[in-house]
Ligand binder design. Sequence first.
Ligand code: PHE
Length: 489
Amino acid sequence: MTAQHEEWNSQMAFIMAMIGSAIGLGNIWRYPYVLYSNGGGAFLLPYFISIVCMAVPYLFLEYAAGYNFKTSLPNMFRRVQSKFEVVGWFISLAPFLILTYYIVIIAWDFIYFFLSFYHGWGSNPNLYFTDTLLHSTSSVSGLGDIILPILGSLIVLWLIIWFISHKDLNDGIGKYSKVLIPSLMIIMAVVVLIAVTLPGASIGYSALFNPKWYSIYDPHIWLVAAGQIIFSLSLGWGVVSTYASYLPKGTSLVKNGIVVTIANCGFEFFTAIGVFSILGYMSFVQDVPLRYLVTEGTGLIFVAFPSIFNEMGVLSYIIGPLFFICVLFAGITTTLSLLEPITLGISNKFLIERKKVTTALCVIGFLISIIFATGLGNTLLTIFDNFLSNFIVIFGIILECLIFGWLYNIDKLLDIVNTNAPFKLGKWWNYLIKFIIPIVFFAMWADGIIKLIADGSTVAIAVEALITIIMIVVPVILTRKPPAPRNSK
Ligand code: PHE
């Protein structure tokens, strides 16, 4: 059975799938904190400059590569030079590994969605989250303690991902993104509108945007801004070029890219107002300075918010479930995109149908994700995330800029970006891809390595070594395996 390269049946399907990939935990739990703790309103300056000078130009590179080659990432790199196929597998494998723990966070959220109807986290949400739910420990013996509610939630989520991904592109990812993303936007709008009317909301959002201008002189903040927007727009993980490879001829890449960027950044900005209004409310009712309440990540969603809902009375039974459903929808559409690069890679090279590839990958992914449903899960998740999203992914971005910028015909990619574009990009784009972006990411990478070495426990170093081995061995095996003969039935 030959695997045909599929095509989006509408611009809307592509745009919704791209927004679905972009809007995720990065927008809901990361951006508000990053904005607040890196200069507040002043952070918007490096953030906008990063969008214009780094994120959007890099987004166009991934679009142009996908649209030009109309194939999977490993195949694209092989066409540049056969020895680079391995880089394509390396970049495609990273999101798959990330998926195995990202889905666990969504599984926690799914449990919290049910808990939010009756404040099932009790009067001490911190204790509930770390002890009662996660049985969290940093001892290796925690691996033997599989937590059944998380396992159950994980099974449901893997089934959802499998159900959507195993269908053809338009019946699966396209169709479900078109439903989930508008629903997510409407529900989040309701959450934010409720949040800004809470007493004390203005304490939160005015502190969020209060500009600390001296912070823009700190080079670290510029790296944080670039890192945030790259993560938020799902760049560097092969997702964008994979989705763009399904675009039909005649598409305006520039127009699409701008719509996706505005939707993603608008969403995170708007969500930050909601998140900080809710924190402002807590500051008001408990008379605690806001800075003691501000957290990010799991601490925000699974500890701070439940504590606030405990104080809020009747309204919390509305805003709570709505909030957790937003995270669920944002998470599902993101996980779909994390599976896609490796799915397309395998199905293209070995000519295996999407159905079979996604089924096998979901089983393997599920088996790996069980380690994050154990008592050691939370510790492992942090190590995996620090290593993969700070280190491996940034390395992938640098390689991609160097290979497409220096070893392929960058002018050809520029022409592709400019086809059907409402305005044309100039030669400056080539320089950004060839010099500026790899240099900035190299700085970010070096900064990441220093932090990684500085706080590396023995467990962390062992796990990072294991991930590095997997990230080398699996791409080499997949590269070495001969492709299926093209003309077979
Ligand atoms: N953009 C996603 C988020 O904000 C994360 C992500 C990065 C997803 C890269 C896919 C690829 O949560």
